[in-house]
Write a protein that binds this ligand. Structure first.
Ligand code: KG4
Ligand code: ZN
Length: 359
């Protein structure tokens, strides 16, 4: 009997072309044998953000090489792989098509199982690559396109507690960085730029801080940054203060909203020293990590962050999600479409647009 389960993961939902080989040993411990990421930062930098057509073309140019590298580095070949997992959404449709189609082609030509992965599920399960996380757990997913609190009941079973009603946290970082004249990608550059700034210098708004449960709103914060930035043109010290004050305000918002989410989680699941997972690109921010760790300590939650290499988009988390779905017999047909929008909790209300009422 074969003892190890080996999956090829493919990720092309936005601007990283990635392929990985993840293996599950007989004790059910995953091992990342390779995780190749080809970033398109340089290509999109001059446009200040991701250009979809450029991203898709770049995925097409790189995907063959990236998959070959993932096989070479892991000393694996496609014949011995047990299944293929590829991101099917949410993301840029033209980018998703590249990885999804190549994943389906490999699986169909070699007659292997195929698993279509929700990118958000990849992030949600990513800390499990390094340590065992116990279900149910509370998840804060903070990336460039999404910011949500969810109860992760099991692989494939999610209950949304709150979400952003406008900008995602990563998006707020990127837009603020742009206002301050920092290069794309804004998040990591702003974190660095803010290091020597005075984080109490500017008092910035915290929209819907006392209402809306653990839903978030960040558009007003970005507008306030834009207003303040007009008075400090060219003054580098003040710019750093503004960056630091922005990051401080995000932390204050996340603190208050996380406390509400923890309370809601405990009411639904019971109080029992549960895991609190923070995942997605913004989980790489050290100031945010420290802030959330502190909250966990005083509220009986165990914090778990993915290793830095698994915070941003990567195929290891896609292969890992694929393995877990495959073990639950959740494979997909080659007809599975790419989806630009694909919530983890399909029953959650849509929280954007006019007419939205928050209590
Ligand atoms: O998960 P991810 O790689 O892609 C999406 O699924 O969106 O997240 C990318 C987002 C970007 O908005 C990026 O600026 C942000 O994560 N990000 C950060 C940091 N590193 C990445 N934001 C704040 N601080 C960071 N250190
Ligand atoms: Zn992502």
């Amino acid at each position: 009997m074969k003892k190890k389960l080996t999956f090829l993961g493919i990720e092309t939902s936005c601007d990283e072309t990635s392929a990985a080989i993840v293996q599950l040993d007989k004790n059910n411990n995953p091992k990342v044998l390779s995780n190749i990421i080809s970033s398109q930062i340089k290509k999109h930098e001059k446009f200040g953000g991701v250009v979809p057509e450029l991203a898709a073309r770049s995925h097409l140019e790189n995907i063959d090489f990236v998959i070959r590298e993932s096989l070479r580095k892991s000393k694996t070949d496609l014949i011995t792989v047990d299944g293929i997992a590829a991101t099917a959404g949410p993301g840029l449709i033209v980018s998703l098509h590249v990885g999804l189609n190549i994943g389906k082609s490999i699986a169909s030509s070699l007659n292997k199982p195929f698993v279509a992965i929700n990118h958000l599920e990849g992030h949600a399960l990513s800390p499990g690559l390094e340590k065992k996380i116990n279900f149910p757990y509370l998840l804060l997913l903070i990336s460039g396109g999404h910011s949500q609190f969810l109860i992760v009941e099991d692989v494939g079973t999610y209950h949304q507690l709150g979400t952003t009603i406008d900008d995602a946290v990563g998006e707020a970082f990127d837009k603020t960085a742009k206002i301050l004249g920092l290069k794309y990608p804004g998040g990591p550059n702003l974190e660095k730029f803010a290091e020597s700034g005075d984080d109490k210098y500017f008092k910035l708004p915290q929209p819907i801080i006392n209402r809306g449960g653990c839903n978030l709103s960040l558009a007003g914060l970005k507008t306030a940054v834009l207003r303040e930035s007009k008075n400090i043109k060219g003054k580098i010290k003040l710019k750093k203060n503004l960056a630091a004050s922005f990051q401080f305000t995000i932390n204050e918002i996340l603190k208050k909203k996380t406390l509400i989410a923890m309370k809601q989680f405990n009411e639904k699941v019971g109080e029992k020293n549960s895991d609190f997972v923070v995942a997605g690109g913004v989980a790489a921010n050290k100031v945010i990590r420290d802030n959330l760790k502190k909250i966990c300590r005083s509220n009986n939650f165990n914090p778990s962050f993915p290793d830095f290499q698994f915070c941003g988009d990567n195929a290891a988390m896609i292969a890992w999600a694929g393995i877990q779905r495959f073990k639950k017999n959740k494979t997909d047909s080659f007809e599975t479409p790419a989806r630009s929008r694909w919530p983890l909790d399909l029953t959650a209300p849509f929280m954007k647009g006019p007419g939205l009422k928050l209590l």
